[in-house]
Design a protein. Structure first.
Length: 266
């Protein structure tokens, strides 16, 4: 397979396709990255000409789904940016003391599951009842999430007592890996969901996490997404974003929460 050459026109068509399908903003500086993603799909589809592949892509809904899956950045790890999660769980514990209930949480770009499982083990530790909807646009990360098997590296931030309690250590061929225990996975529902194009669920959540995905969106898309997710929250519910993300300069109805990083309230 020769080197990939794409014209500016082809680049524009591709970046418009990615934007329309996922909200991901691929600018010209990401040309090499885009080429590597095309090359990956060409290898999988066994199409040796780039021109032929692009033609195939533009005419196949199934290939568009696979291509978008390849374009997404899925980096995640357990207990990532955990202060906002800790503070959110403290607030839920206080509410639970007033009136015990099942808290509904939505991890709206959950990637390989590290985030919803991190929330789940900390909810279990506080003896809080919960259900988690964990969604992502990428079916391949959802498969990994449902498998629940991770390298030791991915769980390096998990406090040791929690690691021993909620994860099973791999043996034999699985040395160096851990598996999330059934009691953690029990209340988590993994589903495919596109933040840009899928209708927001009718049910209302106590917490919506949408972290480290809006960094790939432009302001127009971010504003659209944060306002769509507003409708999924109960009044008083928490909206949690990533540390590198901000709602500054966007039109929205959230209130920020004092002394709590990256957290907003309806
Ligand atoms: C970098 S990961 C963040 C994972 C996790 N929230 C965290 O903070 O560690 C970003 C995830 O957003 C997902 N994503 C990108 N565009 C999306 C969209 N339009 N709808 C839903 N998920 C999307 C990607 O597939 C990827 O798994």
């Amino acid at each position: 397979m020769g080197t990939i050459e794409i014209s500016n026109r082809e680049f524009n068509t591709l970046s418009q396709l990615i934007y329309a399908e996922s909200g991901i903003n691929i600018h010209i500086g990401k040309m090499e990255l885009l080429k590597s993603k095309i090359a990956k799909r060409m290898r999988t589809t066994k199409i040796s000409s780039c021109h032929e592949y692009l033609n195939y892509l533009m005419n196949s809904k199934a290939e568009i789904t696979e291509f978008i899956d390849t374009v997404t950045t899925n980096h995640s790890f357990f207990f990532r940016e955990n202060t906002s999660i800790q503070k959110m769980i403290q607030a839920l514990s206080i509410e639970n003391k007033k009136q015990a209930r099942i808290f509904k949480i939505w991890c709206a770009a959950c990637s390989t599951g590290d985030e919803p499982y991190s929330v789940a083990v900390q909810m279990l530790e506080q003896e809080l009842q919960f259900s988690i909807l964990a969604t992502d646009i990428s079916h391949s990360v959802l498969n990994t999430a449902m498998r629940g098997v991770y390298s030791q590296e991915r769980v390096r931030n998990v406090p040791i007592p929690i690691l021993h309690k909620y994860f099973q250590k791999g043996i034999g061929q699985n040395i160096g890996y851990v598996k999330v225990r059934k009691e953690v996975t029990r209340n988590i529902d993994f589903k495919k969901f596109n933040l840009i194009t899928d209708p927001i669920p009718d049910e209302k959540f106590d917490v919506v996490l949408c972290r480290n995905v809006m960094i790939y969106f432009d302001d127009t898309t971010t504003e659209k997404v944060v306002n769509r997710l507003y409708h999924a929250l109960k009044v008083g519910g928490f909206f949690i974003i990533g540390q590198a993300e901000s709602l500054m300069n966007l039109i929205h109805h959230y209130k920020s929460v004092k002394n709590t990083p990256s957290t907003f309230q309806k």
